[in-house]
Design a protein around this ligand. Structure first.
Ligand SMILES: C[S@@+](CC[C@H](N)C(=O)[O-])C[C@H]1O[C@@H](n2cnc3c(N)ncnc32)[C@H](O)[C@@H]1O
Ligand code: SF4
Length: 366
C-alpha cells in the first residue's frame, strides 16, 4: 500500500474515536488500562471529557459525517453519553461502542430509544472463565443486559442498537471459545468479533520510546508500556486447536446469519503462530504501511488528540486548546503523517487498527 497520494479530508476525520472517560468499574486482568500492567493504575486523578467541549467537538465534526466510536474506561458510566448520542443520531452519523455490560440492563430502555448503531458487549468465555478474567458476577450481568436490550427491541419493533459480543482471546480462555458461542443465544446477536490480545515486546516498546523522543520530543510513553508482555506467555497455546475453534465459530455464525470478525483477519496456523511469537512480519495481515493517520482521529478523556488507537503518547494537539479541525490540519498532524509515510512506528503491529488498515472499521478493537 502507498500513502503517497493520500490527503487527509479537509472536513476532518472520517473515523472518530472518543474516550469519554478513564474511569471503569472493573479491573480485567489483561486490560492495558486497568489490568495488571494497566497504565491507569498510576493515575492520581481520573479524567472525564467536559460535556460541552465534547458536544462542540462533535458538532464541529458533523460535516465530515464521521463513523464514531465511544471508548472508555466504561462508556456507559459517562453521564453525558445520551446528549452526545442524540447529536450524532440527528447528524446522521453511525455510532458504535463497547461496554463491559455491567449496567446494560438498567440502560436498555434508553439505548433502544436512542438507537446507536451497534453495542459491543465484551465477554471472554463461559461464566467461570469470563469472571476470572473480568470479575465476579460480570457474566450474569452482561448476559441479562443483552437479553433486556433484545427484549426491548422486540417489544418496540425497533431495530437498533445491533448487539455484538466481542471476545478477547488470552492464554486462559482460548480453549473455551467454541463452547462459549455454542451456549450463547445467537438470536440476540448481529455480530461476533473474536480478537487476539494486543501486546508489545519490551524491545518494541524501547524502540518506540526512542522514536517518540528523538522525532517527536516525547519524554515518556506509559500508554505503550502498558501493552508490554513477554511473548513467552503464549508459548503453551495450542495454535492448531485455537484455529480449529475459530473456524468452528465462523461456521456457526454463517449458519445463524451472524457476522463474524477476527483479529487478525486471517485464521490460519501460520498467521496466528506468528502473531503469538511476535514474529509480526510473517503474518498474512502484516503491511509495510498504515493509512489510518490520514482518516482517523482519537480524542482521549484528557482532550489529547492522536492519529492512532489508545497510544496517547504521541499526540497532535489538545481540544482544550484548539479545535479538532485545527489540530487535524496542523503541523504536528502533518509531522506524524510524514513519519508514517516513510516508516511504521515500532509499536504498529500491536495496534488493532493496523489490522483493519483501509478497510471498514470492525470490532471494538481494544
Ligand atoms: C478497554 S475496553 C473499554 C470499553 C469497556 N470497558 C469494555 O470492556 O468493553 C475496550 C475493549 O478492549 C478490550 N481489551 C482489553 N484489554 C485488551 C488487550 N490487552 N488487547 C486487546 N483488547 C483488549 C476489552 O476486552 C474491550 O472489548
Ligand atoms: S476491559 Fe473494559 S471493563 Fe475491563 S478493566 Fe478494561 S476498561 Fe474496564
Amino acid at each position: 500500500m502507498t500513502t503517497q497520494k493520500f490527503k487527509p479530508p479537509a472536513k476532518g476525520p472520517s473515523w472518530l474515536v472518543i474516550q469519554l472517560l478513564e474511569r471503569c468499574n472493573l479491573r480485567c486482568t489483561m486490560c492495558y488500562e486497568w489490568g495488571e500492567n494497566g497504565s491507569y493504575l498510576e493515575l492520581s486523578k481520573l479524567a472525564e471529557l467536559d460535556e460541552d467541549l465534547l458536544l462542540n467537538t462533535l458538532k464541529e465534526s458533523l460535516p465530515a459525517r464521521p463513523y464514531v466510536e465511544f471508548f472508555g474506561g466504561e462508556p456507559l458510566l459517562y453521564k453525558g453519553i445520551w446528549k452526545a448520542m442524540d447529536l450524532l443520531r440527528e447528524g446522521g452519523c453511525q455510532l458504535v461502542f463497547p461496554t463491559n455490560g455491567t449496567t446494560l440492563r438498567s440502560h436498555a430502555d434508553r439505548l433502544v430509544t436512542d438507537s446507536p448503531t451497534r453495542i459491543w458487549v465484551s465477554l471472554d468465555g463461559p461464566e467461570e472463565i469470563n469472571d476470572r478474567q473480568r470479575g465476579r458476577g460480570v457474566y450474569q450481568k452482561a448476559m441479562r443486559g443483552i437479553e433486556e436490550v433484545s427484549e426491548q427491541k422486540r417489544r418496540t419493533g425497533l431495530r437498533y442498537p445491533e448487539l455484538g459480543i466481542t471476545f478477547l482471546i488470552t492464554p486462559d480462555n482460548y480453549l473455551t471459545i467454541e463452547q462459549f458461542f455454542r451456549d450463547v443465544d445467537l438470536s440476540h446477536l448481529g455480530a461476533i468479533s473474536v480478537e487476539l490480545q494486543s501486546y508489545a515486546t519490551p524491545e518494541m516498546h524501547r524502540h518506540y520510546s526512542l522514536v517518540a523522543h528523538d522525532v517527536f520530543g516525547v519524554t515518556s510513553t506509559p500508554h505503550a508500556a502498558s501493552y508490554v508482555r513477554d511473548p513467552k506467555i503464549f508459548a503453551d497455546v495450542d495454535v492448531d486447536e485455537l484455529v480449529r475453534q475459530l473456524l468452528a465459530v465462523r461456521k456457526l455464525c454463517e449458519a445463524n446469519n451472524v457476522r463474524f470478525w477476527t483479529r487478525p483477519e486471517t485464521v490460519d496456523t501460520g498467521t496466528i503462530a506468528a502473531y503469538l511469537a511476535a514474529d509480526w512480519s510473517k503474518m498474512n495481515d502484516f503491511h509495510q504501511r498504515c493509512a489510518i493517520p490520514w482518516r482517523y482521529a482519537e480524542i482521549s478523556a484528557r482532550g489529547e488528540v492522536t492519529t492512532c488507537h489508545t497510544f496517547y503518547d504521541i499526540t497532535i494537539g489538545n481540544i482544550h486548546e484548539q479545535s479538532l479541525l485545527e489540530i487535524w490540519q496542523g503541523d504536528r498532524a502533518k509531522k506524524v503523517r510524514d513519519h508514517v509515510r516513510k516508516e511504521l512506528f515500532p509499536i504498529c503491529p500491536t495496534c488493532s487498527r493496523f489490522y483493519s488498515l483501509g478497510a471498514h472499521p470492525v470490532g471494538p478493537q481494544g
